[in-house]
Design a protein around this ligand. Structure first.
Ligand code: SAM
Length: 381
């Protein structure tokens, strides 16, 4: 059963604790200048189910392009990169520290009603998953991602545990904050001088939107459709509804009353969604399988398992073939800069992937082609 918070009469709310925190949260939002929710003409509402799932749904028909929510940025926690944290911490850890600092204020925090509705445990692989599920993951990509993430958090915690920045917060508290940041934060592209930067922030209410992304029409298909129906934008005070810097949520297509509002979180593959959000998107266009940890490893594997017969036996000539193959891969990565759906430019030097839509990493293709040319003419393997 779904319960829409706007439907709750105060009497019903007194009788049931179901949704009470959310009602307090909504009152805090409206009292602090958030527009689009909690009034008779609002078109969107918070809901909660008996099993505790929450989200936002449209309560009236919405036209494409219509603005639904306006949330002043001052209500959120925006990574200010506090001086005392230095440059040494990862962005995600900086925001986690600021979340812990805010939480340590308890009821005196101006954001208390929002902090009250953050999940006590994030239901993700990184946050908290049943132990038997962890066991079932032995040897999988997800398990490998999880152990890297845990290791990273431990290293980050070691950097701050003896500083005054997080008071008496424990490593478990720090891991909680990291899991909240990973599952709820927004990254806003910006500029610092000539440098491209991203500013991470936690933003109340917008963080209640659930995910739907680009779904392939069928397995390994190139055709996909965007299943999300809202987007967020940062709006300057002179153009905003609230008179402040704000995050505005608007409809990217017409939405009927009763439908959920869906936001596309990211273009990460399923293993990352499982790690940080605790679910795997349906037929995601961004699904991929990691074939090798690096292009070097790929070439090594090819040579060890199925090297073309004509490849020179002589060590020096063989090395030359290999370095030509690596150069070809590098060139392919450069060219792929114009065609980011094939190879993510940031992955140039790292993972070799096979992606949804039957897309094979261009570098691997180039390296294999070069190696096959290193054997007798026209040889394929
Ligand atoms: C940004 S929060 C969204 C609000 C969240 N439902 C809540 O109750 O606080 C992200 C979390 O919502 C849940 N979620 C979002 N989209 C989902 C989906 N398509 N399927 C399953 N769970 C989803 C996951 O638990 C995820 O970690």
């Amino acid at each position: 059963m779904r319960l829409c918070i706007w439907i709750l009469s105060s009497q019903a709310a007194e009788q049931s604790s179901f949704g009470l925190d959310l009602q307090g949260f909504q009152s805090w939002l409206t009292a602090n200048g958030v527009k689009g929710i909690g009034t008779n003409d609002s078109k969107i509402a918070l809901y909660t189910t008996e099993s505790g799932e929450r989200g936002l749904m449209c309560t009236k028909d919405v036209a494409e392009g219509e603005q639904l929510l306006n949330v002043p940025l001052r209500l959120g926690i925006v990574d200010q990169a506090p001086e005392e944290l230095g440059d040494d911490l990862l962005e995600v850890s900086r925001l986690a520290v600021q979340l812990l600092q805010e939480r340590s204020l308890g009821e005196s925090s101006q954001r208390y009603p929002w902090l009250q509705v953050l999940p006590e445990e994030v239901p993700s692989l990184y946050g908290c998953f049943p132990e038997n599920l962890y066991n079932a993951l032995q040897g999988s990509v997800a398990e490998c991602d999880l152990s890297k993430a845990r290791q990273r958090a431990a290293t980050e915690y070691a950097k701050i545990k003896d500083t005054q920045t997080i008071g008496d917060a424990t490593e478990a508290d720090f891991r909680w904050a990291i899991s909240v940041v990973h599952s709820r934060a927004f990254s806003v592209p910006g500029k610092q001088g000539d440098d491209d930067i991203s500013i991470n922030m936690l933003m109340p209410l917008v963080d209640m939107l659930n995910h739907r992304g680009k779904e392939c029409s069928f397995l390994l298909s190139d055709e996909s459709e965007a299943e999300d129906n809202v987007r967020w934008d940062i709006v300057r005070p002179e153009r905003s509804q609230t008179g402040d810097w704000e995050m505005a949520v608007s409809a990217t297509k017409a939405i009927e009353a009763g439908e959920d509002a869906w936001l596309s979180y990211s273009t990460e593959p399923g293993s990352q969604f499982l790690l940080h959000y605790g679910f795997v998107p349906n037929r995601s266009q961004f699904e991929e399988v990691i074939l090798f940890e690096s292009i070097f490893e790929a070439v090594d594997w090819v040579l060890a398992s199925c090297a073309p017969e004509g490849l020179p036996k002589d060590d020096a000539q063989r090395k030359e073939c290999i370095s030509r193959a690596l150069e070809a891969a590098e060139e392919a990565a450069e060219t792929a800069g114009d065609c980011p759906q094939h190879v993510d430019i940031q992955d140039k030097a790292s993972l070799v992937k096979f992606s949804a839509g039957s897309r094979l990493d261009d570098r691997l293709f180039a390296a294999l082609t070069s190696l096959s040319g290193g054997g007798s003419k026209g040889q394929c393997f």
